[in-house]
Ligand binder design. Structure first.
Ligand SMILES: CC(C)(COP(=O)(O)OP(=O)(O)OC[C@H]1O[C@@H](n2cnc3c(N)ncnc32)[C@H](O)[C@@H]1OP(=O)(O)O)[C@@H](O)C(=O)NCCC(=O)NCCS
Length: 176
């Protein structure tokens, strides 16, 4: 378990609301499932390439079973009616030495507020600190928001399109 397991940062949305971006915790099961229930069908499709609204216990365990070395997950927590609520998240999974696959989902009400970019920035910081060299992603070609988040990341980017899917490779150059 790396120090990423205790990661926490504060962010301000474009509309001025404050949120916390922090490491996923084992106790987040209910919050994560509640967040999935608030994501639109189109957003779920863009995340999973299928409309997936219910997850088996096994799948849920997989999403929660994060070791913060080969599988790192961050969530965005907003305060809603005085209660913390998960409104988005991003994760990466190491697929081969030096290289991890990244994926994000922000609930629709919170999209376009800079959270995708913030999650990308925090995940890239963690990935760089652990010595990863590249982040890869598979993105539907129509998913302009996700492609824009990658373009804005400042990481050198390569893309390869195959049918409806764009394979994205981001180089995690040292930032000094
Ligand atoms: C992709 C996603 C994570 C981005 O999160 P977000 O919080 O909306 O991202 P941001 O607000 O940081 O940035 C989105 C950018 O895309 C832009 N954008 C959104 N829709 C767009 C469109 N149709 N065409 C062009 N640009 C678009 C926004 O204006 C913004 O750019 P800006 O910062 O220059 O204004 C979010 O939309 C999402 O959860 N989508 C569904 C799941 C998904 O697609 N996951 C990706 C699987 S890898």
């Amino acid at each position: 378990m790396s120090e990423a397991a205790n990661y926490s940062a504060s962010e301000t949305l474009r509309d001025g609301r404050r949120v916390e971006i922090r490491a996923l915790r084992p106790g987040d099961r209910a919050g994560l499932l509640a967040a999935v229930g608030r994501v639109s069908t189109q957003s779920l499709y863009r995340r999973f390439f299928a409309v997936k609204r219910s997850f088996s216990e096994r799948e849920t365990d997989f999403f929660l079973n994060v070791d913060f070395v080969d599988h790192v997950a961050l969530v965005v927590v907003a305060e809603e009616n005085g209660q913390p609520a998960i409104v988005g998240g991003g994760r990466y999974i190491v697929v081969e030495p030096g290289r991890a696959e990244v994926a994000f989902a922000v609930i629709d009400d919170y999209q376009g507020q800079g959270l995708g970019a913030a999650l990308m920035r925090h995940l890239a910081t963690i990935a760089r600190a652990t010595g990863l060299e590249e982040l890869i992603a598979e993105v539907l070609a129509e998913n302009a928001a996700m492609l824009k988040v990658f373009e804005k990341s400042g990481c050198p980017m390569r893309t390869k399109r195959e049918a409806d899917v764009v394979h994205v490779t981001l180089r995690l150059a040292e930032q000094g």
